[in-house]
Design a protein around this ligand. Sequence first.
Ligand code: PCA
Length: 324
Amino acid sequence: MKRRLFSVTLAASALALSLPATAQTKWDLPAAYPATNFHSVNLAAFAADVQKATGGKLQITVHPGASLFKLPEIKRAVQGGQAQIGEILLAAYQNEWQMFGADGLPFLATSYADSMKLYQAQKPILEKKLAEQGMTLLYTVAWPPQGIYSKKPLASAADLKGSKWRAYSPSTSRIAELVGAQPVTVQAAELSQALATGAVEANMTSGATGVDSKLYEHLKFYYDVQAWLPKNAIIVNKRAFDALDKPTQDALRKAGADAEARGWAASQKVNTDTLAILKTNGMTVEPPSAALKADMQKVGETMLKEWLEKAGPDGQAMLDAYKK
Ligand code: PCA
């Protein structure tokens, strides 16, 4: 018995000794958007870069399309270590902490340049918050600017009254309330189905998601409001990160920085390309009328005020840093 224990211990320590040289670490990366979406394509390139830079020591398997975890579950999965790394939509977590929703506020940052500036203002507090939760922020990528999709033409926000409005975040729900529409939260992965059943008559999202979910099959009008650019963030479980050796951590950070630069550039191209695809598929793609724009801007003002009330001094400090 004693001898057997000894040999088991011996075998275990031999295994432990041999681990650093030959170990191959496998990580799962849940993501919520379809494999063909530019964020997912970027994640696949990121995983390939990590594999190459580490000589196969760190292998990241991307699970797009909410196949491993649904969007609202991904953050907790990474925090709890069920997934070592994951892609989340920051604005979806606004109710947990207002600062997560800063990039989901209408008309705060409406261009790529401003969106990048807002990210820089958000970044230190995002990193701090995630660290407190046992996670590390690796990189973010902005979605293209958000516009309004509608079944019927919109002269002003009044035309949205009573319509079934798909929301993907607390802020997109609040917009519905403020324009008198009926909010219903539907994840991107279920959007096509919701449209097919008539559960959605309007929503705000990007050209990218419009093409992913073939919104042109049901909603014939797109108003290019360019109201905000929400960000996806790639977050890592801190224990999993700390368990990597230094060269692997460095390779991961480097691949993340490259993916961030690549992703922001891709987003701009995707914006142009997908708005063209919406048109090709018979949609009317237009700037909003002056009335619609003014109505939405008013909604934005209300929401910024509400956000500041909830976010308190942290929110004000972040806004000041952004506006500097
Ligand atoms: N697409 C995602 C979030 C923002 C966007 O452009 C969605 O509609 O769910």
